[in-house]
Design a protein around this ligand. Structure first.
Ligand SMILES: *Cc1c(COP(=O)(O)O)cnc(C)c1O
Length: 399
């Protein structure tokens, strides 16, 4: 029974509808009809967690010393593994006491950071399209979002010069993410330098999501915001073990950067959670210390899928530029269709699930995101089905 006086808080009703929920409904219906779904919709890596990580978890699980509440700020040894990893990868020195905080996956940290820093009415700059937590966190906090619409002509980079002076003056935080989910765009180091100069000029806190730090190909090495001189004073950067190490279900991520910013998040979180199960922090430490050979295998797997799918979509009329990073392709809808209709119609006709770009904000309209989370045999089946249903890309005719 629904009681009319039991209503969610405004902070929930202010959220735009979650497109994934509607997609889930359609997926369930298609499954009921006996359709064999090829789900390339989510960002859920399909591989197993590396064996040494699982073994470390089993051993740690058997030690009763790990069974109690973990320390609020994470174990000292996991924090040290994080800062050592940072130094190895980026040459950036961080203090494990205060400049690194383990998280229950980066998603909660990204959203909770907004709750720790945004008052109702505060202005937050968020690209569109963006990973949903980057705008949903600030919305839950009561913030106002100024969308920075990303465009293919600018290689999906934020155009700082298009931000009105008054908006820049007012803005309190900027969320951004390169290599990007959903566009798969990467940003050159000069872009990071420009963002830091912009943020220092207008006194804006920078929040960079580097969750695809290691899913990069062909020798490309993503930039850490903290490599940029002067960035650490005004920034934090989020990382996750979910993607690189196939650990999405384990819920392990971390944030690094300015100690005062991290302290605010930590204060909020000590009121909400107890952090990550100690046994899992031991396993996560093992993951960060895996030899680079492991990374090369993961990268080779995604690169092979990328090449296979780009070639296959090419035969269907799509001209997708080669991506340098991430596990996604960002694919334009045939002219005249919107992303939701296109994704739903592909699902109904073929059982192939892709994510409508609109789910990532209005700047994602006109595109769908395809995740490289199936092996090439399965991707081949997906391509065959598209071909049979005559789903192709025909560029708009120029009259
Ligand atoms: C997958 C993803 C995350 C979430 O990672 P978790 O650590 O599993 O919460 C965060 N940001 C982006 C851009 C992602 O694609």
């Amino acid at each position: 029974m629904n009681l009319p006086w039991i209503t969610p808080a405004d902070r929930l009703s202010s959220l735009p509808p979650y497109v994934f929920a509607r997609l889930d409904e359609l997926k369930a219906r298609a499954r009921e009809q006996g359709l064999d779904l090829i789900d390339l919709g989510m960002g859920n890596p399909d591989g197993a967690t590396p064996a040494p990580v699982v073994e470390a978890a089993i051993t740690a699980l058997q030690n009763p010393a790990n069974h109690g509440y973990p320390p609020f700020e994470g174990t000292a040894s996991f924090r040290t593994a994080i800062t050592n990893w940072y130094f190895r990868r980026y040459g950036v020195k961080l203090d494990p006491e205060g400049e690194a905080l383990p998280l229950l996956g980066s998603k909660e940290g990204l959203a909770h950071l907004a709750i720790a820093y945004i008052n109702p009415g505060d202005l937050v700059l968020v690209p569109s399209p963006a990973y949903p937590a980057h705008f949903r966190g600030p919305l839950i906090a009561g913030g106002k979002i100024h969308q920075l619409i990303l465009k293919p002509e600018q290689d999906w980079l934020i155009d700082l010069s298009a931000i009105p002076e008054q908006v820049a003056q007012q803005a309190k935080m900027l969320y951004f993410n390169y290599p990007s989910n959903p566009t798969a765009a990467t940003a050159p180091r000069e872009f990071f330098e420009e963002v830091v100069a912009f943020a220092r000029k207008y006194e804006i806190m920078l929040v960079h999501d580097l969750c695809y730090a290691e899913l990069a190909f062909d020798g490309y090495q993503p930039t850490s915001l903290l490599e940029i001189p002067g960035a650490k004073e005004i920034s934090v950067e989020f990382h996750t073990l979910s993607k690189t190490y196939n650990m999405a279900g384990w819920r392990v991520g971390f944030v690094v950067g300015n100690r005062h910013i991290i302290q605010g998040l930590r204060t909020l979180k000590t009121n909400l959670d107890y952090g990550i199960f100690t046994a899992l922090q031991t396993a996560a430490e093992t993951a960060l210390n895996l030899p680079d050979m492991y990374l090369h295998e993961v990268q080779a797997r995604y690169r092979a899928r990328r090449d296979f799918l780009i070639a296959g979509l090419g035969e269907l009329g799509w001209n997708i530029p080669k991506t340098n990073a991430t596990m996604y392709l960002w694919v334009p809808c045939p002219p005249g269709t919107n992303s939701t209709d296109f994704a739903f119609s592909v699902l109904q006709q073929t059982g192939v699930v892709v994510t409508p770009g609109h789910a990532f904000g209005q700047g994602g309209e006109g595109y769908v995101r395809i995740s490289l989370i199936a092996d090439c045999d399965r991707l081949e089946q997906a391509l065959q089905r598209l071909k049979q249903a005559n789903i192709r890309y025909a560029p708009a005719l120029v009259s």
